[in-house]
Design a binder for this molecule. Structure first.
Ligand code: DLL
Length: 520
């Protein structure tokens, strides 16, 4: 697949209505800086005037909440640890910064973050004391490994504000992320955090060709979930007309899509497929009756086959968007027009990939658990945070010219994996097989039960109507085909149940793919 550097571009990456499949001569539209949207890091008035800004991350919220390489005269810092950033830098430049200055910027921001948390976060004050560490011991990026890894359990154990690193008066927003058990994780934002998170979304959207004039329908939950508000603010910064539709109420979504000529949507991939079912039930053609050209799909694991399906149904380009509440929410890593790996924004995040069992780093290119350090979060910086997500770093640079490294599409979470008859199975592998098969519909579920002492796996999958042609042998043959394909890819032979479209429960947010009823 060809993917050209943006210097060769100049056109919309997905001309309206053109079939996606053969139009992958991708181009970028890094225009938002020229339009006054900032390079991820500015103060409030710069946004209003469209002034270019520095690579630093200053905010107007007081000296102890400043981070990075801005030139604030009031900021008390050790200048030997910072890099000069005399020239204003826009996103297009930051995205293509050579590795050496990019890593110098990371180090400066890491040192700043470490100084701040060691002084003001109750959790980290304790860590630095327990480990006999001082901030001046961090002179290289690799020194991060002197710190312990932290987990979701640490966040829960120190709920609600054990990680807070600014005075309460500087917090302007709370988001939470709910797991399956226990207390939620509370994530605080300063005004600067909200600004930077929105700037990153604006960067992601601009990278993929969204621009003022687009109508953006945000179809994920508003509220404690970060996907709604953070995307909303980012899209507004880029100058899109935002429809804050939130999740659910599919009839209303369709009405909005049609009445306002929505061109860009943000939704979970499972909801994108469900929405297509509803459109078709209403007798609408997703390509002819809508003006969509771009979708941002994320917040849950999905296969490339699912993305291809979404693109084919709507005749659009669909970009994978990755993030987590603990790191601002969405906008942590995002696909560029090459659609081959997600650029992790290394000016804001430091990446490690570890072996989930030993905690040791794995070589570049090898899969492991993603560990992130926030470099510009003020309210609640997290250092060496175990995301639980499995991925690897692409060893080679991206043809688009961006220097921020690419993460592979998430295989899933470490705890999504289940063991079936001694084999480690990832739901995402099963999804990849299913969604790549003609005849398979848009929804599936994996149910694990126990019969006597034996585990049973059943894959319940919706199939296209044409397969129900009245011939039982045809259906049985298809069922065997599905089973064999799953066996070949995943080394397990589940029972396959074929269902009509619409039979399985739908969610408008993150889908539940595995029902493990073995312990119940
Ligand atoms: O899901 C933030 C987000 C909102 C991302 C909108 C993208 C779009 P949480 O609710 O805290 O935050 O869930 C984070 O979701 O650790 C992954 O396990 C999973 N996840 C998020 N994006 C992807 C993706 C938001 N593109 C958790 N692919 C993460 C696979 C994803 N998994």
């Amino acid at each position: 697949m060809a993917c050209f550097p943006s210097s060769m571009s100049g056109t919309d990456p997905m001309p309206g209505g053109e079939s996606h499949a053969h139009t992958r001569a991708h181009t970028d539209t890094p225009t938002h800086n020229q339009k006054g949207i900032r390079g991820g890091t500015a103060t409030g008035d710069a946004a209003d005037t469209g002034r270019a800004v520095t690579t630093g991350t200053a905010t107007g919220t007081g000296t102890n909440s400043r981070i990075g390489t801005d030139s604030s005269p009031t900021h008390d810092r050790d200048t030997t640890n910072t890099i000069a950033a005399p020239e204003p830098m826009a996103d297009a430049e930051i995205e293509r910064l050579d590795r050496a200055p990019l890593e110098a910027l990371q180090l400066a921001r890491l040192q700043e973050t470490i100084r701040r948390v060691a002084a003001s976060s109750p959790f980290y004050r304790q860590v630095f004391s327990d480990e006999h560490l001082t901030p001046d011991q961090f002179t290289h990026l690799d020194d991060i490994r002197k710190l312990p890894l932290i987990t979701k359990e640490d966040l829960r154990a120190h709920y609600p504000d054990g990680f807070l690193a600014v005075p309460r008066e500087e917090v302007v927003r709370l988001h939470t992320s709910t797991g399956t058990t226990g207390k939620p994780k509370a994530i605080f934002f300063t005004r600067g955090d909200v600004d930077r998170a929105s700037d990153l979304i604006a960067r992601c959207m601009a990278m993929t060709g969204a621009h003022p004039g687009d109508v953006f329908q945000n179809m994920v939950g508003y509220g404690l979930f970060t996907g709604g508000l953070i995307f909303h603010y980012g899209a507004e910064k880029l100058g899109l007309m935002v429809i804050p539709a939130s999740a659910g109420n599919t009839e209303r979504q369709l009405e909005l899509l049609r009445d306002f000529g929505t061109t860009v949507v943000h939704l979970t991939p499972s909801y994108a497929l469900y929405l297509a079912d509803v459109l078709e039930q209403e007798g609408l053609d997703p390509q002819k009756d809508l003006k969509l050209r771009l979708a941002y799909i994320g917040a849950e694991p999905h296969s490339d086959e699912t993305r291809t399906k979404v693109e084919a149904i709507y005749g659009i380009r669909a970009y994978n968007s990755y993030g987590l509440s603990e790191m601002n929410g969405p906008g942590v890593a995002f696909e560029c027009p090459c659609q081959d790996g997600l650029h992790i924004w290394e000016d804001h995040y430091l990446v490690e990939i570890i072996d989930p069992d030993t905690g040791r780093p794995v070589p570049e290119g090898e899969e492991g658990e993603l560990v992130l350090t926030s470099l510009t979060r003020e309210a609640m910086p997290l250092l060496r945070y175990r995301t639980g997500d499995l991925t690897y770093i692409y060893p080679e640079p991206c043809p688009c010219g961006r220097t921020h490294r690419r993460l592979a599409r998430m295989r899933g979470r470490v705890d999504d994996m289940f063991i079936y008859h001694g084999v480690n199975v990832f739901p995402s592998e099963i999804e990849r097989v299913l969604m790549g098969m003609p005849g398979i519909g848009r929804n599936y579920q994996i149910v694990l039960t126990r019969e006597g002492s034996r585990d049973v796996m059943q894959v319940r999958v919706e199939v296209e109507r044409y397969l129900f042609d009245g011939s039982l042998p045809h259906l049985q043959q298809f069922q065997r085909q599905v089973q064999e394909k799953v066996k070949a890819a995943c080394l397990v032979r589940p029972r396959i149940e074929l269902l009509e479209a619409g039979s399985l429960p739908r969610t408008t947010g993150k889908a539940t793919r595995v029902l493990d009823q073995r312990q119940v």
